[in-house]
Design a protein around this ligand. Structure first.
Ligand code: ATP
Ligand code: MG
Length: 407
């Protein structure tokens, strides 16, 4: 991508009402544009980060045999009424809209009910199960406070996976498989070192659900971890009765702020029973389908990564999610010609700063944008057949032979 050809410009300031660091830096660096509080547009660089995060998640879920779909954002109230969740008393974050012909529709806050409703068309026998179905989909939630940048949107991108089984054992087995996949996903996204699977309240059927919480001083959640971080609880379940079950006591724990990047639930029959998602077993008996659900906040993950790794110069992307691996600057006549040569054939890896601007301005923007490596070719470096390669994460600069730049 050539910066000279992009409509996006880096900005000196983000909008005045943007207070979260991720929102400020992502706006200034040209990744997102704020429409309203909690409502953001994703610009070319921001979209690439989102697609990279999706790519990692997709690879890990496809490896488990999950199938990807894309369900509608406009939702029929009926299945939600059947589970009691269309009521604003029960779920207080609904956006609802009206049909011209009369009657309400919901704007997807999540997809358990429509997913189950859809599967009633395709599941009838034990031979149709298990199923693992996921999507990356826009969710709408009328959140009371949206002050955390893209970490809490009123419109945001979620990965939601739903699993369907004929037995509790099968649900348990798949749940453990997803736990391992989640650990791998957060590792690959660069969040592994600070992300913990925490015990959370599980509702009626399972004792606990689990959240994936990333340590973050501005996180909205509070978690408690023990000395070796083998036991981590969220606030809802951190009490004496629960701790006693684990042979622990409050004094063993440290409190910390964190952001919830994902969660997993054994729903069992919670929604499949009221909605009547049934199958016939091998004895021809009608049974209710067991269900699990597994979310990751894709756009929140982007905000958490931005927030976590940023320094006083700007964003710092881990390579796995960076929109480009290299930021290329040519200085002087020969340097500029060489930069054009280096760029050719590597348009997907290189963000080429070919703008008519001072090198200092380009360097500052490369730091603000957080691209992992900056390559500078100048008449001076070229006199010894080399280029300067600077790591954004460490700030370290090396002179590298042109032939060894991209290895
Ligand atoms: P929270 O407690 O943060 O509101 P939640 O429990 O409502 O989250 P879920 O409904 O289970 O979350 O959604 C799955 C995932 O989607 C969450 O783990 C989180 O990463 C993300 N998420 C939830 N709400 C938002 C939001 N308003 N903006 C961005 N991401 C969100
Ligand atoms: Mg919520």
């Amino acid at each position: 991508m050539r910066l000279s050809k992009s409509f996006v410009k880096t900005l000196r300031d983000a909008s005045k009402d943007e207070i979260a660091k991720n929102g400020v830096l992502l706006s200034r660096a040209g990744y997102i544009h704020k429409g309203l509080a909690g409502v953001y547009d994703y610009l070319p660089l921001g979209l690439k980060v989102i697609e990279n995060i999706k790519g990692v998640i997709r690879e890990e879920l496809n490896a488990l045999g999950c199938e990807e779909v894309s369900m509608s954002a406009l939702q029929n109230p009926e299945p939600w009424e059947a589970t009691g969740r269309f009521s604003d008393q029960e779920v207080d974050i609904w956006f609802k809209t009206e049909l011209a012909s009369g009657g309400l529709l919901g704007l997807a806050p999540t997809h358990e009910e429509p997913m189950i409703e859809m599967l009633k068309t395709y599941v009838s026998s034990y031979k149709d199960l298990p199923l693992y179905i996921y999507q990356f989909q826009t969710k709408f939630r009328n959140e009371l406070r949206a002050k955390s940048g893209i970490m809490r949107g009123r419109e945001f991108l979620m990965k939601d996976l739903y699993s369907f089984h004929t037995s509790e054992e099968d649900l348990d087995k798949f749940y453990s498989v997803v736990e391992k996949a989640y650990t791998k996903i957060f590792d690959r996204l660069g969040l592994g070192a600070d992300t913990y699977e925490t015990f959370a309240s599980g509702g009626i059927f399972a004792k606990f659900s689990h959240e994936y919480q990333t340590l973050l001083p501005v996180g909205e959640d509070t978690i408690y971890y023990n000395a070796d971080k083998s036991l981590v609880f969220n606030k809802e379940v951190f009490n004496d009765a629960v701790l006693a079950e684990f042979g622990a006591s409050q004094a063993d724990f440290t409190e910390a702020k964190a952001a919830e990047v994902g969660n997993i639930f054994k729903l069992k029959f919670k929604y499949t029973e009221p909605l009547g998602l049934n199958y016939t077993d091998d004895q021809n008996e009608v049974k209710t389908v067991y269900m699990g659900c597994y979310g990751i906040g894709v756009s929140r993950v982007m905000g958490v990564i931005a927030e976590k790794f940023a320094d006083d110069k700007g964003l710092v992307w881990p390579e796995a999610v960076a929109p480009f691996k290299y930021y290329l600057v040519g200085i002087g006549a020969e340097g500029t010609t060489k930069a054009e040569e280096l760029y050719k054939g590597r348009e997907n890896e290189i963000l080429f700063d070919d703008r008519d601007a001072r090198p200092g301005e380009k360097f500052a923007d490369s730091e603000l944008m957080g691209i992992p490596y900056r390559i500078v070719v100048s008449d001076k470096t070229l006199s010894s057949g080399k280029a300067e390669l600077t790591s954004r994460a460490t700030g370290e600069t090396k002179l590298v032979d042109l032939s060894g730049l991209f290895v």
